[in-house]
Write a protein that binds this ligand. Structure first.
Ligand SMILES: C[S@@+](CC[C@H](N)C(=O)[O-])C[C@H]1O[C@@H](n2cnc3c(N)ncnc32)[C@H](O)[C@@H]1O
Length: 238
């Protein structure tokens, strides 16, 4: 069980062992691992499946934040090949792989930072993100969740599949190590690095609610899946 004492002990040992490993810039990290990326992520297979199963079937247009090579999209398109997707990712090599896999699909890729990209207003049936947002501090996620809420249609859904901290101690420990590592290496504020800083479910839900979204479902698995809806219109059926 993730919340066990043993999990935290192992995490602390891992942080000690990797204390001298330098942080890598986000896009470089994924480019350097592209070859084995999908094999590595196979451990999350059931969560990708679950993500597609709860995805509202009537959605026509979706925005995927940090889509990478599109493992979540593989499953969603398997269910409904006509769904129009805009996938945003700052790693050009991950997007190239996605395009290569899905040449026949209604797909637009945007090689940009999702904090900077204009999502539009009242535009999407669903915004999704899988295993990307746990690399950012809550201060940044707060503004992003507000932007997501504004960009959804009334009744639209944000579906987040992500790494969730098992307890406050995990969240606080990873945050402090992340900030210390950045400081030690004098990493400029505007440079994204690959390091996991997940929030607890309680804190993740609070940010979503603060942004104007209503959390409707939480599914636990290898990744935690949170469904949050905008407004009062009936949701599109799953
Ligand atoms: C672990 S991968 C997940 C990819 C895909 N969603 C999946 O589950 O296979 C995280 C992705 O988020 C992207 N990413 C991280 N920060 C980003 C940002 N600020 N803007 C756009 N993409 C970002 C990375 O480049 C990477 O492709």
């Amino acid at each position: 069980m993730k919340s066990s004492k043993e999990y935290m002990q192992n995490l602390k040992l891992w942080l000690q062992d990797t204390a001298d490993v330098p942080l890598e810039e986000m896009s470089d990290f994924f480019t350097n691992r592209l070859q084995d990326y999908e094999e590595h992520m196979a451990a999350w297979e059931k969560s990708y499946q679950m993500f597609a199963e709860i995805f509202p079937a009537a959605c026509q247009s979706i925005l995927d934040l940090g889509c990478g090579t599109g493992l979540e999209l593989d499953k969603i398109w398997h269910k409904n090949p006509d769904i129009e997707v805009t996938g945003v990712d700052l790693c050009a090599d991950m997007l190239a792989r996605l395009l290569q896999k899905h040449q026949d699909k209604p797909l637009t890729t945007v090689c940009e930072d999702y904090f900077e990209y204009d999502f539009g207003y009242g535009k999407w049936d669903a915004v999704i993100s899988f295993e990307s947002l746990h690399h950012f501090l809550p201060e940044r996620k707060r503004e992003l969740y507000r932007k997501i809420c504004g960009s959804l249609k009334d009744g639209g859904t944000f579906i987040l599949g992500d790494y969730i901290a098992c307890c406050d101690e995990e969240e606080e420990l990873l945050r402090s190590v992340y900030l210390k590592k950045r400081e030690q290496s004098a990493i400029p504020e505007n440079c994204y690095v690959h390091f996991d800083i997940p929030l607890t479910l309680e804190h993740e839900k609070a940010l979503l609610q603060d942004a104007g979204l209503t959390v409707e479902k939480v599914l636990d698995g290898e990744a935690t899946i949170i469904m949050a809806r905008k407004g009062t219109a009936p949701s599109l059926e799953g």
